[in-house]
Design a protein around this ligand. Sequence first.
Ligand SMILES: Cc1ncc(COP(=O)(O)O)c(C=O)c1O
Length: 481
Amino acid sequence: MQISDDQSPLEVSAEQLRHDVNRVLDYLTQHLQTLDSQPAWDLADDDASNVSARETVPIEPGQFDAIIEDLFSNRMTPSYNPSCGGYLAYVPGGGLPHAAVADLISGILNKFVTLWQVAPGFANIEADVIDWFSGIVGFPNTAGGYLTTGGSMANWSAIVTARRVQLGDQFLDGVIYTTEQSHHSVMKAAVLAGFPEANVRLVSTTNLVIDVPALEAQIQSDQERGARPFLVVANAGTTNTGAVDDLSTIARVCKEHNLWLHTDAAYGGFFMLTKRGKNRLSGIELSDSITLDPHKGLFLPYGTGCLLVKNACHLEQAHKVAAKYLPPFQEESDRIDFCGISPELSRDFRGLRVWLPFKLFGTQTFAAYLDEKLDLCQYAFKQIQALEQIEILAEPTLSTFAFRYRPRDCSPGDELNSLNQRFLTEVNRTKRFLLSATYLGDEFTIRICVLSFRTHQRHIDDCVEEVRRVTRLFNDGSSTN
Ligand SMILES: Cc1ncc(COP(=O)(O)O)c(C=O)c1O
């Protein structure tokens, strides 16, 4: 098949591009205008009959309008709606529209941003974003980092970096310390970094945060039997309850024993933009590395995480491998070749997705929204705490808290757990919002996490009212069996 410039099916005229993008914008604006009245969640039927069917590979070209119509009309639901204000489950997603505008720009320009020499202006944009984040967490200007696709990848890269720096090539006697409150990506990251699960110590917790004397005792006992403790993974906002470990004390222990301190601040990190967040996360700047998730605390679309490392040289030490077919790496420290400090070579221009909203709104706007989330969570907590036969299992440290329905005559155990499963199902029934659950130890626990930039007072009022209604219903005894 001969393809000429003027008849290239993969090329698009200005007119066609405008038409196609406008067509998509019609759907997107309609989606945004109706988002608040859309269900916060929906699920596939058991037989998946409400799910669009899988397809064979298309060989013939299709029509843009028809393809997009099919996407928006048939494939959007059933689904969770993590960008809507009623979504209070897990850690809510963001979806700032201007980040998507940035993605459109970077996708069409398609520059290569991980080698400074080939797109220095764009590489500098991403380097600025990393510097801004470093400033937010209180890291010195020796710090560096890169944007990942999410917190899981950042945790993995942090463990690989700590392993390379602390242990060298023979690392199988290295020991990692964390708690069972950590996100499961920490264990996954340890295993993917080459460690047997048995090398990861789940240190006991007190009030859901790491028990520091237990940590010290465990480190000492591992040292005495000849193993090599090298890393503590602490939490600055657990997924379960938003609990924050005592970062300053853990940092002291790490220093004493020459351990690397990685702090998983995927959920909590950007609360550092607020005064209350800074107080609660104090000591985070003493970490050797930090995971942040802009697609949580900065409300960006999924696909934007970040790893910061206090000493940028350590990232280079862990990742730099030269290749003869690439332009040489830069010598100057302010010219960042991201492929030399991270696992990826070709990738999207994630920096623009952060840079554009930051330039447009300024950090003060993000701080105001995060403050609003802290307030809303406190408000919801106080209202729900006051309900009869509601037990609080974790008070808010940030914008999450955990509770359960606890009739006076019902002790913890399977019966109480299944009662609370029914309670949660009833609360979520209207689909106007979604709460999720976790287990704290063996206790089924309902949790509320306020993080969507679209969650405001009326969503919380609505949710609290529903929890109140269901509590009354259960207190009346009509739904407890
Ligand atoms: C504390 C914490 N760490 C890590 C992760 C994993 O992040 P991601 O889903 O971006 O991979 C999450 C996700 O919710 C989290 O809450």
